[in-house]
Structures are given as C-alpha cells and as structure tokens.
Write a protein of this length. Structure first.
Lengths: 389, 389
C-alpha cells in the first residue's frame, strides 16, 4: 500500500491551522481577554430567531414516528430546492429545481466536485486566493496554472491566453475583497465558452453584493452564457452564520456542457447520503423573507465594520482594497515586512489577522483583515491600529 | 475539459435509485397504502427523546451570541470525541481522542478516504457487498479484486493468496447479514499485517452485536494488531436513527502504519469544514447511557422483526442467512428466478425488497429483506410471504 503522493507535494501547513496555533500559543502566555479576532473568516453573529425556531421544530419532528425523516434525496428536499430557486429568482435568474443541489457547505463541495473531471487536468487558480483550491488540486494530481493578481490588475486577474480545463473564480474575492464587474465576468464566461473550460465559481460572499446590482454580479448566472460552462458553489456560512451548522448549495444547470448535471447527480449518489434534514430546514428558513431581512442586517454590520478598518488604513496611507462589497480588507504590509512578521506584530498588540502568503506567492507582503467581529472588537482594534501603525 | 472516465466504467444505475424508481411507478399506479418497505436499509424509529432534547437545546445555543458556535475543529469537538472514546471503552477498547474523528456519516467518509491512497491501487472487495465500495473505486480508477462470497463460505470470504493494497470488510455484512467470528477477523488482520494492506472496516451495523460478545466482534479493534492496519468507519444511521440527521465517526489510530492518522487530519482540513455542531451534540447525547438504552430497545425490535421474517423463510425451506446479529436477511430466490424478477413479484404483493444482483455478480439469484420496519408492516409482510411463497 502506498499513500497519495499528492501529500508530499503540499507546500505548507494549512493556513488557518497555523494561525490558530500561533494564536493559541499567545493566549496560553497572555490570556485571551483582549484578543480581537480579525483572522479566520468566521462570523460572530448567531443564527437568526427564524432559523432557531425552525430547527427546534424540525428537531421535534425528528422525534415522532409520523414526522421522522430518514435518508432524503441525495440532491436535497424539494422544499429546500424550491427556496433556492426562489432565492435565485430574486436575482433575476431563472432556475429549475433540477439545477440546484443542497450541500453541507462550499468547502466539502469544492473537494467533491473534482471527481467530475479527468485527471490530471489543467486548472487555472488565481494567486492569491483561498488556499483550499490549490491544496485539493495538488492532492488530486492536477496541473495548476496560476493566474496572477497584483496591485496593477487590482488583484482581479483576467483570462489567460493559455487554454485550461478548469478555472476557479472566487467573487467577491477571498482574500482581497475585490469584486469583478459584470463586464469582466463576461470576459471569463466568453473565455470558458471558447476554450471548452468549466468555471468553478465560488460565491460564498455573494450576499455582500446587492442581488440586482447593475455593475456587479451576485451570481455568475447573471452573465450571458454562464449556464453552459459555470458551476456556482454557494454557502450560507457568511450570509446566515451557518459555519457551525453546515449548509450551502451548488448550481449546475441541466443545460451545462458535458452532461455535468447528470454526472454530479451520480457522484452524490455514490459519495454522499444527502444533507441533514435539520440543515435543509434551516436553509429554507434563512432564505425566507424574514430570514433574509435578518441576514442583511448582519451583513450591513460587517460592512460597517470594514468601513471603519478601511478608513484607518487609508488615513495611514497604507495600500488597501476590498471591504466595500466584502468582509475582507487586503492591505500591503508597511515597511516591506512579511505577512507573518506583521501577523506576529499585530498578535502582540492583541489583534489576529491573516498573513497574505498563506493565500499564495502573490500574497507575500500583504495581509488580510476580516470584519467578521463585533463592533466593540472593531473599535478596540481600530484604536490599536490607529495608535501603532 | 474532459470528464472522469470512471463514469463510463460504472456498470449499473445506483441500486437504491432503481429500487426507488420501480417502487414509485408501482405507487403511482396502485397507491402506497399497503406498501411494506423492506428494501432500502433505513430505520423507521424516530430520534430518541434524549437526542431531541439535546438538539433543541443546541439550536437555542446557536441563536445566542455567547453560546453560538461557528467553525469547529475539523476532527470534531472534544466533547464528541470524548463520547466516542467512552463508547469504545465499553467494548474494552482503549482509544485516545486523537484516534477518533467525528464525521457526517459512513458513506461520505468511505468516499473521502480513498484520497489517502496512491492511485491506481488494488482493492479487495467482497462480492456481494454494499455497492458503494465498488462504485467509488471505479470512479477513482482503482483495480478491483473481487473476493467471492457464496453459500459454501457462508458469504464470508477469507483472505486471498494475492496481495492487495486495500481490503473492504463490512461486518456485520450488508447485504448478507452474516458476521465474521473473531477468529476469522484475526485471519484478515494477520493478512493485512503481512501484506502491508489497509483494511477499511465498515462497522455501520456494529450495534447489532453485543459490545463484549466473546465469539463475535463489535469493533475490529477487538482483534490483535488491528490498530496498525485497520480503519474503522462507524455510523449512527442504524444504531440511533441518524440517517436523516447525518452523524458518524472514523477511527484511525495514531499508531497506524504509513502515518495515515496524520494524513487524514490533513485531508479533512482541505476537504471539509468539520461536522455540524448539532450533529455532534446529538452524537454525544445518543452515546450516553440513556441514549444507548433507547437505541438498544430499537435494535432489539429490529432483531425481533428479523426473527419473524427468517422463521417464515426457514419454514418454507428457502435458503437464508443473516438476521441474527443484523437487520438483514439474505435469501436465495426460489425457482431459480432472478432477484429483479423476485423484486417485481414481491412488489405486486405490496412488499419492497432489494434484488441481490444490485450487490454484485455473486448476489444474482439472491434477495435482501430488511427488518427496518414497524411491527405491523412486518406482520402484514409475513402473512403475504407465508401465503404466497
């Protein structure tokens, strides 16, 4: 027996594990009273009352013979798929229940979906970006073609001249917080259509863009031709505080090229047993009008937080982007220091952030601050940054 | 872009999907008033009051800032791992929290785990067996070496002469309901130790064996040397009616060969975001003394059901096995008919079962009945079988 050679090719410890480790060491030494956690992109607001009520009710249903739910459809319950179809309807996108699948979150779906494709394939991955795209592809033995993000292109790389099989886009972007315009996205869709590529579109932060914004898109399916070549991976972790509950979705149109909708249906029947009934009830509840009113209130708070942090960086003449339609602010580390040096410096002051190099070579010398924090922590962090930067 | 060639090599529709399809067609024609579902192995008893209470409480926790849980440890919360360590302690097995991982169920874990191994590898799979082992390995491009089960070896194949990388064992077996003795399992562990193989031990039905049975094992870790070469995949779907809730575990000892515990830790950090907090709370509640008393009551009911069905088959002189430490009874279809013919015949009478060919070539001419049904359905089914067979 031999183990997967991909493990030997992984370049680094998993970023957030390293962040957690250093933070734990700091806390063990100094206590955690004053730590402002602007590191890992995890929400701080709890589930909405609408969702809690739905979960309590569903829990009781699961305790009665007549309403108990065992295995469900691999692709999700009809009621949950109907909620997703409605959600896309509000964005002006016409989907059918056959186009949507309920998932237990974006990350596991991003891992699973690679099984659809022949290996090794060539995969375009922005640099910097959410490191999971790189790690899963290395593990799968695929060839990675990095597409460079930098200050010149506003960290929004354009389609390459080279032909690739798969393109990863994360929009709004993690870690830079920048957002492609609809025109820029159209260029990507056109690229995929002419090169027979598939775009894996990670829309975990879509709710930070208004559903019908005319300049920016809150779904790739607002772009012409996208249904033929795009797979959209959605998450409720940031939108509705589902990070600990697990719940998301994936859209693969039945009209997509290469029969990928059918193949994904097969794949989930071999490799999953569907998603928790409770998560599906919660998904449906949170996508209701009442649920979304609550969610948008939280999102507004996170955006207000971002504005405060961004204001300080700008005032200190530190290059930064993002933080307008995104909870993330991406900044250039002052004085040519490395991201991990800046991390350790901030940690000493009681602020946890994320070093840019964790997101790829082009992240070196940059740093991500997350606005997923309560307002008190944001004020404390702001004062510290204002006084020390 | 090319799709995974493995899809072309899949031999059949997914078994339970086909069963569901034919059943739906029947219901559309005749209504579902009198259908006795002894087909898919899904429980009918609801979650225990202990679990429901824990879920309601956890739901409310998730709605308050101070008790809200976002992303957790990839491997599971400490309290959930402690419950698993205790559960194994009751079987006389000494584990550490580092040896156990909370999962969202056995099937997705069985899919995920193949990423640990180099491809293509040679995989020994019993025939007949739960079809997911075969499908996921075909999709991964591995070489399958079938190990024959038949009436002569009581459908419990022994270690082959050939050297393989990975061995799948499902014990108690799905679909045959048969159970290896400890002596037979020792032969498998010895085989793995001498051939540098890894055993993937699916223990989804372990709770149907008494925790400290001296002749049979309720965990592979009751066998000498197993920690070095065995991975045990556990599920709460059958034990505690978690099929719709999703919750299970995997044990990979930190002392296992090839550093697989470390690699699995890496793998879940790339490909998952941990398991729902609610599922973990439920797991812990159901493994408590109170929870397990409830679970064993249900299991006893399913075993009583099996006894009734088995009695009729035996009286009618139909070869059958299983159904003693398993919810499944495996029977030889009378009059040399095929499993799907028998399926259609039973369906006409209002009974849904599962054709043996769905579990592999050696299942041809056999049939699986599941005792996961309420007692009224078992009585109706028994009368029908008694009168018509």
């Amino acid at each position: 027996m031999k183990t997967n050679k991909g493990f030997d090719n992984l370049q680094h410890n998993y970023l957030f594990a390293e962040v957690a480790k250093r933070t734990q060491l700091h806390i063990a030494k100094y206590g955690d009273d004053k730590i402002c956690r602007l590191g890992i992109g995890d929400v701080v607001q709890p589930l909405s009352p609408t969702v809690v009520l739905a979960l309590e009710q569903a829990s009781r249903q699961m305790g009665e013979v007549d309403t108990f739910k065992g295995y469900g459809e691999y692709s999700g319950y009809d009621f949950a798929k109907a909620s997703l179809v409605d959600y896309y309807g509000c964005k002006g996108i016409d989907l059918d229940k056959g186009d949507v699948f309920v998932t237990d979150g974006a990350k596991s779906t991003l891992g699973l979906i690679l099984d659809l494709f022949d290996k090794p394939c060539t995969v375009a991955i922005p640099n910097p970006v959410y490191p999971v795209y790189v790690d899963t592809n290395i593990l799968n033995g695929n060839n990675i073609f990095y597409i460079d993000g930098n200050i010149q292109n506003n960290f929004l790389p354009q389609p390459p001249k080279t032909k690739v099989d798969i393109v990863y886009l994360c929009n709004p972007n993690n870690p830079t917080g920048n957002v492609y315009t609809r025109t820029q996205l159209q260029a990507w869709v056109d690229y995929a259509l002419s090169n027979n590529s598939i775009i894996l579109y990670d829309s975990a932060y879509e709710a930070f863009v208004a559903p019908k914004d005319e300049c920016y898109a809150s779904s790739i399916f607002q772009i012409n031709g996208a249904k033929l070549c795009c797979i959209e991976i959605g998450s409720l972790s940031k939108t509705a505080s589902f990070s600990g509950l697990r719940g998301g979705w994936i859209v693969i149109s039945t009209t997509i090229r290469h029969n990928l909708n059918l193949l994904f249906n097969k794949l989930i029947s071999f490799k999953t047993n569907g998603v928790s009934y409770l998560s599906q009830v919660a998904l449906s509840a949170t996508l209701s009008t009442q649920g979304m009113v609550h969610n948008y209130k939280n999102i507004k708070q996170y955006l207000d937080n971002a504005k405060i942090l961004k204001g300080i960086l700008t005032e200190k003449n530190i290059y930064n982007c993002g933080g307008v339609m995104s909870p993330y602010i991406w900044l250039q580390v002052p004085h040519n220091k490395s991201g991990w040096e800046f991390f350790d410096r901030l940690l000493k002051w009681g602020i946890v952030g994320t070093p840019g190099e964790g997101f790829g070579e082009n992240g070196k010398g940059f740093f991500r601050l997350s606005s997923f924090a309560n307002i008190d922590d944001i004020y404390i962090a702001s004062q510290i940054l204002y006084s020390n930067l």
